[in-house]
Design a protein around this ligand. Structure first.
Ligand code: UDP
Length: 471
């Protein structure tokens, strides 16, 4: 019977890409495997994801995508988008059980690999005695917090949103309670309870594969290896296999950006892209425009329509933005020599790889951070949702690859602040120092994924350990 690895990515292109790239690496090490990736409908409904899936299908026949059926959504009682994602993941449990049953009738399932937000499948996989691993799509730092969550839950009785004090996990800078992941803010929320269950299941799993590389986070990796973050240690085997990124575009939508970048001087352009879900209100967009103009720097900026007033969290759906309404009058015309505004989506991987790019105002999503590190691009940190505030602390104080941005309590950033930080990043000595540091990180990131590099070795160790388990 053929040997199969079943993967369950979570929603969001960042989560999907790292899972697929891991699949590609498993095949590079052992091409006899077949990889089956289970997708819920929200995965293939967005254009960028659909293009990506189409391209992978045509280039790597050993990776197959299995579309799970559309289910009636549960009544949305959640207060936050990520609560809802966890609710949906629960709903799919019986379907995943049936799917695994069908696959196992024809093949040997050697491993299940779950995104942490597909955690509800852990019980299903283990009930089939399938060795079950997690792919953690964040940093080792984020993994450390996730594993440490049970200890925090035992020792802290208040919700992080009410705590107003610093938390000191092993091996990381202290984190202010309000900088903890928003999904962990409220002890009574569905997302908090789901993450607590992730924390427990990860500790029991066959191993954790992490999208980072050895030289980026050695201190935290040591704390994880020492089991300091797990109350009932030891830590399961961890495999640091990153960066798992894709820097090719999946269509030609980037042609306009690349042609424009080709005309700009080396390292002169600051890029502003805020993940797959980042959206700003109209007053903030206008303020950003003013700030960019004031900074005097060249820029490439992806602009989206503001979130609707009644939106609970962040949605993947993107509607066409009306730039004339959203940006100050005459902004695009005045800045046509210096700036490019792109609607909704741009091929970020390819853009960050371009020689003309010298800085990135980033929402601190981990895939974006890795893409920047891989290409030697320093950051200005502008966190928006999920665990991004926590990432900012780490990027600024831990691995020192970003300048912080002063934000109001409501997250508002003034034009003056944006202008100053962008200018500092692009022109001043502190920005130059940051660029040199990130440039060295870029060398280590590239070395890690080369033949014999730490990440390639970790993939080999993972595949060999998976093969050695009798199922
Ligand atoms: N991305 C892109 N173009 C865009 C916005 C995002 O290609 O206009 C890609 C980006 O390169 C990254 C992913 O979408 O690979 C976003 O993942 P990340 O973890 O940074 O943020 P998330 O969307 O999960 O918040």
């Amino acid at each position: 019977m053929e040997s199969v690895v079943v993967m369950l990515p979570s929603l969001g292109i960042g989560h999907l890409i790292s899972m697929v790239e891991l699949g590609e690496l498993i095949l590079t090490h052992d091409p006899t495997f077949t990889i089956i990736i289970l997708l819920t409908p929200a995965h293939y409904e967005t254009k960028s994801t659909a293009n990506y899936i189409k391209n992978v299908t045509s280039t790597t026949p050993s990776i197959t995508f299995h579309n799970l059926p559309t289910l009636p959504h549960p009544p949305d009682t959640s207060t936050h988008f990520f609560d809802h994602v966890f609710q949906i993941s629960k709903l799919y449990k019986p379907i995943i059980r049936d799917t695994l049953q069908t696959i196992s009738e024809k093949s040997t399932i050697k491993a299940g690999i779950l995104d942490f937000m597909s955690n509800d499948a852990f019980e299903v996989c283990t009930s089939f005695n399938i060795p079950t691993y997690y792919l953690f799509t964040g940093s080792a730092f984020g993994l450390n917090i996730m594993l440490y969550m049970r200890t925090l839950h035992e020792n802290v009785s208040e919700s992080f949103k009410d705590l107003r004090t610093y938390i000191q996990p092993p091996g990381t800078p202290p984190i202010y309670s309000l900088d903890m992941p928003m999904t962990m803010y409220d002890r009574n929320s569905n997302s908090y309870k789901s993450l607590l269950s992730v924390s427990e299941n990860m500790a029991k799993s066959s191993g954790i594969i992490v999208n980072t590389f050895a030289k980026l986070e050695p201190k935290v990796m040591k704390a994880i290896a020492d089991g300091e973050c797990i109350p009932d240690g030891p830590t399961p085997p961890t495999y640091y296999v990153g960066p798992l990124i894709r820097d090719n575009s999946d269509d030609n939508s980037g042609d306009k950006c690349l042609k424009w970048l080709n005309l700009q001087p080396s390292k002169s352009v600051v890029v502003l892209i805020f993940g797959s879900m980042g959206k700003f209100k109209k007053d903030q967009l206008k303020e950003m425009a003013k700030g960019l103009e004031k900074s005097g720097q060249r820029f490439l900026w992806v602009v989206r329509s503001p979130p609707p007033e009644n939106e609970k969290g962040h949605e993947f759906a993107l509607k066409e933005p009306d730039l004339d309404d959203l940006l100050p009058a005459g902004f695009i015309e005045r800045n046509k020599e210096k700036g490019l505004v792109v609607k909704n989506w741009a091929p970020q991987g390819e853009i960050l790889r371009h020689e003309s790019v010298g800085g990135f105002v980033c929402h601190c999503g981990w895939n974006s951070v890795l893409e920047a590190m891989h290409n030697g691009v320093p950051l200005v940190a502008w966190p928006l949702y999920a665990e991004q505030k926590m990432n900012r602390v780490y990027l600024v104080e831990g691995i020192k690859v970003a300048l912080p941005l002063k934000m109001g309590e409501d997250g508002f950033v003034t034009a003056e602040e944006l202008a100053e930080r962008v200018r500092e990043l692009m022109e001043e000595d502190s920005g130059k120092k940051l660029r040199e540091h990130v440039s060295a990180i870029s060398e280590s990131a590239k070395a890690a994924v080369m033949e014999g590099g730490s990440s390639r070795v970790a993939v080999a160790e993972f595949v060999e350990s998976m093969k050695s388990v009798r199922v």
